[in-house]
Every structure is written in C-alpha cells, then in structure tokens.
Unconditional design. Structure first.
Length: 519
C-alpha cells in the first residue's frame, strides 16, 4: 500500500500556474471582445475652463442673475386650463335665416361642444389671487390651476375686463402661497433686460414653466388687437373704442400659452402681463407684447373690489396727432391727442372744444391716444384732473372731474344647459352587445365599455383616453353592469370628490384611474 504525502510548496506552485493560465485565457477573451484596446485610443478629456473667469465676469454675473430671478419667480407662476361651451355655427344662426342656409327648422342640432382654452398666470397675493389675461378665462365654466410643484386647484373668476384683456381669478387654499411683487411699468426703459415666464404648451406638461429672456424693444405700442376682437362680439361692438392698447414690446419669446404670464425685470418684479404676439404664422416671429403692470394693477383693484371695472372717462372722441396737425395747431412737437368731438353728457362738456390738443394730464406728457386712455384708466371716477391743452396755438390748463364710462350694463353670455355626471367627467359609455364585443375582442357581451373621452376633460387630463375600448367594471364601490349603473354611480359623487374608475381589457388585464369630479 502506498501513501501520498502533502507538499505545501508544490501545491502553491500549482495554484500559481493555474492562476496564470486563467489570467492569460481571460485576457484573450477580453481582447476578442474589444475590452483591452490600448488606453491611447481613448481621448484625453480636459475639464479646464478655456476662458478665464475675469474675462467673462460681467456675462457670468448676468447669467447668475437670470438663474436667480427664474428660481425666485417660477414658484408663483401657474398654468391655467379653462373649459367653456361653444355652440356650433348652425346654432348661432337665427331661426328666420336658417332657410337661407338650407337648414331645416326641425333638424336636430348637435349639442354645444366643450372647448379647452389655456394660458398662464401669476399669483399676486399669499391668499390666492391670480392675474392673467381675459382671453384665457373669458366665459369659462371650469378653471383648473396647475402649480409648479404639480398640485392642481380649481379656481373661480373674480372679474374680467375685455377692454384691457386683464382678468383676476382666485384659488382657495389653507396655506400662504408664493407670490410676486409688482414693479412700476412707467420706469421701464427701452433696452432693459427682462424675463418672460409661462407655459407655451398649455395642453401638455412638456413645456410647462418655460423661461425666456430678452430686452424691452419699445413702449406704447397700439396694435388694434383688442378693438378688432371687441368689434366681432355683438356685446361690445359699440364700445370697442374704450379698448386700451398701450403695450410694452419685448423680444423675449412669447408663444400661445404664455398669455397671462409675467414679464419681470432683473429684480424679479412684474412689469407686464404677457399678452400678444405680432405674427403671420401664429407663433413667435420676434415681436411680443405685454400689458403694462400699472394699468393691470388698477384694473385688478376694481375687479377684486367690485367684480367689474369702474372705468373713468373724459367724454371726448380723440385721434392721434400727425406732423400736419402739429403745424396747424402750433404744437412744440408731433405728439398729443386731437379732440374731434365733445360729448354733451360728459365731464368735458363746456370745458374742452373740438380741435383742442391734449398734451399732458396732471403734468405728465401725453404723446398718443392709447397713452391718454391708459393714464385716465389708472384714475378713478370722481377724480379731478388737470389737462394741458393747446387751443388757438397756445397752451392752457383745463380742470375737470372724471365720471364713469358706461361699460357695466353689458349682458353676460350665459349658456343654459344641463349636463349629466359622465359628461362633466368627460366620458361616454355604451353597453356591450354581441357585435361590439366581437369587434373589441371580448369573449362575452356583458357590461359597459368606454367609447369616448372628451378632449381637455378631467378624464382626458388623467389619461383615461388610453382605456377606450375597455370595460368599466367598477366605479368607486359600485359594480357596473349597465349605462344606468354608470350614471347612478357618478351622480353619487359630489363635486370635488375623487372617482375611481376600474377598467378591464379584453385580455383580462385590469387598471384603475382616479379622477376628480369637477365642481
């Protein structure tokens, strides 16, 4: 019988040999996989600055200022979605004229359609008052406000003013909200840096809270946009001359959806409300316009106090001054406002005369029509003002007391229409039959299927459109077997409460989506 003795030196040698063989084999495999390319093939990366900080110090400070302002302002900017009911064209044609358009009188009209408008706004007080544009929320039946921290609140309209395109809405929350301070738009200078904050893609969160920069390109821009819009609305047509269009022009990018957002200076103070663009395409082409915050602030105060604007007036019809007018009336420069007619029942009756040229109000120069309108609008009915007027080529002073313009007797546009709970939520359902079940791929024809989701509705905003063609099996705690079950279950949900919708796909997959019932 033979015995093997253990030699520790020989064992270590074997281990070393096997280890070396393993390393060589591993290197061969790695080389074949391209893992062992020489380090020289990987470029050396340098993270050293190629420009000294001192040489770009001013630019870096401006960049830091932009960053600081953006971080300070954005939490108080909101995205606004408003829902309104719009009649179809045929519904707006009076009955006596339908025959002309070959519309049978007994023809059933389609129901008014829901339209979703949107834009931006900004919080101006810690208790939830928000400034925005009138065209963002006008005639809205439901308004949702999206905060930068992704919270959503319903808002109510405090007041709107189509003559300046300013509106105030409010959210009620049990906390102090971040808000912006208001600057002085009279101090704005051409060439000054500004930032515009808003939501150019209001129907999507992809472009929420976008910040753009630019300079003040001009002041006192009259665009005739509001006047044209008012003339198209029968309610305001005869009063379109009261529109105030004294815009601040900027080259900061503003696109649809930015409307209502703040234009701020480099100290974070709001100097304007982003409102319009001059474009042939509907998108930004280099010219953007904002409502001066001094005018907007005055309008906001009335909207909060009274629910409408008490607009002061002089009681004259006016036009701008041209070079020929300046020569005829002996003006020191081509600026001022030419009085064409004086209203018999207005404050100017017996005080001003046709062909007077107003060149200042309370010592503040007046150069053009919109500027005079804006300066008057910043005052209140009952205020006394002193006008500097050129009459017979000589300046005189005329004092008068402003009264109130007749702007508040306009009937509101009201759409009386009852809606069922599923329509308010934004869904339409049908009961499954054999044909529909076969088309959708269900093995049986029992239950209720989702067939439509209204764009912009609460259901659409929660992604329910992705479940079209699936069966609704349960709403909250109620089992669903018929369309009547759907209606009863949704009618039991109070406005503001959550609806839990349970879906089942043809393959048996189940999903649940929680949607808030609109107020």
């Amino acid at each position: 019988r033979m015995y093997m003795t253990y030699d520790p030196l020989r064992a270590k040698a074997k281990v070393a040999v096997f280890t070396a063989m393993g390393v060589v084999a591993g290197l061969g495999i790695a080389s074949g996989l391209g893992w062992t390319h020489p380090a020289a093939n990987i470029p050396a990366l340098d993270d050293e600055a190629q420009i000294t900080t001192a040489s770009v110090k001013t630019a870096l400070e401006v960049s830091e200022a932009f960053t600081t302002v953006s971080e300070a302002v954005t939490p108080a900017v909101v995205r606004i979605e408003s829902k309104r009911t719009v009649e179809h064209t045929a519904q707006r044609i009076p009955a006596p004229f339908r025959e002309f358009f070959r519309i049978p009188e007994d023809e059933e009209m389609p129901p008014p359609a829901a339209e979703i408008a949107g834009g931006s706004g900004f919080i101006v007080s810690d208790d939830g008052y928000i400034l925005t544009n009138n065209h963002v929320v006008e005639d809205a039946e439901e308004i949702l406000v999206y905060f930068a921290d992704r919270r959503v609140f319903e808002a109510s309209i405090v007041g709107t003013d189509p003559f300046t395109d300013v509106a105030v809405i409010k959210v009620d929350v049990d906390e102090e909200l971040p808000h912006l301070s208001l600057g002085d738009s009279d101090d704005v200078r051409v060439g000054e840096w500004v930032l515009a904050i808003g939501n150019p893609g209001f129907s999507s969160t992809r472009l929420d809270f976008t910040v753009t920069s630019g300079i003040i390109s001009g002041r006192g821009r009259p665009l005739q946009l509001l006047q044209d819009e008012l003339r198209r609305d029968p309610r305001y047509r005869r009063l379109s001359g009261f529109a105030i269009e004294d815009f601040i022009q900027t080259d900061a990018v503003i696109n649809p959806g930015n409307s209502g957002g703040p234009l701020v200076d480099l100290r974070g103070r709001v100097i304007g409300i982003n409102s319009a663009i001059a474009s042939t395409t509907g998108s930004y082409q280099g010219y953007s316009f904002a409502i001066p915050i001094n005018l907007a602030r005055r309008i906001m105060e009335d909207l909060i106090r009274y629910g409408h604007v008490k607009r002061p007036r002089i009681g004259v019809e006016i036009t701008g001054v041209a070079a020929e007018d300046a020569e005829v009336y002996g003006l020191p420069s081509v600026s001022g406002v030419l009085v064409q007619t004086v209203q018999d029942d207005g404050p100017a009756s017996g005080k001003l005369q046709p062909e007077d040229v107003i060149v200042a109000i309370d010592g503040e120069p007046v150069g053009y029509v919109a500027q005079l309108q804006a300066k008057i609008a910043e005052r209140h009915p009952g205020d006394r003002v002193t006008l500097t007027v050129y009459r017979h080529q000589r300046p005189i002073e005329v004092e008068l007391r402003l009264d109130e313009a007749p702007l508040n007797d306009i009937p509101p546009r009201v759409t009386e229409r009852s809606t069922h709970a599923e329509e308010r939520l934004g869904i339409r359902v049908e009961e499954l039959d054999a044909e529909l079940a076969r088309e959708l791929g269900f093995d049986d024809a029992d239950g209720v299927v989702l067939v439509q989701v209204i764009p912009g509705s609460p259901a659409a905003r929660r992604g329910v459109a992705g479940f079209r063609g699936t069966r609704i099996t349960q709403i909250n705690d109620a089992r669903i077997r018929s369309t009547e079950d759907v209606r009863e279950a949704l009618e039991a949900v109070a406005p503001g409460e959550i609806v839990s919708l349970h879906f089942e796909a043809p393959d048996g997959t189940t999903r649940v989506v929680n949607v808030r019932m609109p107020r």
